[in-house]
Design a protein around this ligand. Sequence first.
Ligand code: GLU
Length: 334
Amino acid sequence: MFKTDTDHIDQRVSTGALPDLDETLGLLREVHERYRGLDDGAVADYIPALAKVDPSLFGISACSVDGHVADVGDARHEFAIESASKAFVFALVTDALGHDAIKKRIGVNNTGLPFNSVMAIELNHGSAMNPLVNAGAISATALMPGKTPDEQWHHLLAGLSAFAGRELTLDTEVYESEMATNQRNLALARLLQSYGNFENDPTEMVDVYTRQCSLRVTAHDLAVMGATLADGGVNPVTGAHVVSPRVCRDTLAVIATSGMYERSGEWMFEIGIPAKSGVGGGIVAVAPGKGAVGTFSPPLDVAGNSVRGQYAIGHLSRSLGLNVFASAAREGMA
Ligand code: GLU
């Protein structure tokens, strides 16, 4: 269950802009102070290199659509992007192939099952279901434009770097550690192939997917990447047009329904912001038209969502007015 302790915080409505930079920074500091001592959760250990990460690291960053970024704590500490990459790769392939093709070839429905479920594919007649579970994410990677896996990788790297507004680099230790232990991802791709739903070579595509998951980002990067999705596809810091406004809508809809693994429904109920987490400890939460928050804290709950990140975003959804469902009664009607 998502735990929140935010009933005492006034909920700002979802319209309008983020508070100014000083106020945002003050709120971020307050949230960082409040949750940095929390020691629930455990770092991911199914990927050996991730088990070595310092559990006390904690960074929060907020980026507004006008390009102001507030950073607190370890907001500039690099970590593996992992599943948070799936949202941005989905945006890139949707930009390249179009809304209808993506819906048909990958799907956009919540599986209700864990991110690496084999059963979800079997229950859905060989469909990956959505681009945020591993089967759909590997399918999305395979749809990246390019004639060779190397060309696809470079296209993907350039796209994710454009979202972040800087050249992202690979964590080779995480990549090698994941490659040595990701037999399950290979099995998922092969299962899709057995249903006729995977045209590329599964081994090559799982390699590109694993590189994608091993890219180093910071909480600051996640905030800028999320703010690009909040700003019709324009990176608010660099001004680069990364994807179209339509693609941002498509991506945020999928993140809203499936971004927090099998807890996405409860997350929307409690916190109300499209968000995507990764087992590297990152979460990116996007408030369309306003901005985004990126958090980094390695200890995860059982579904794979960063515990301090959940608390921090839960708090900020109220104090920064990020909950997309929050309105106020009209004057005189309360
Ligand atoms: N690279 C990880 C995997 O495929 C990503 C998992 C995650 O962040 O949820 O297992």
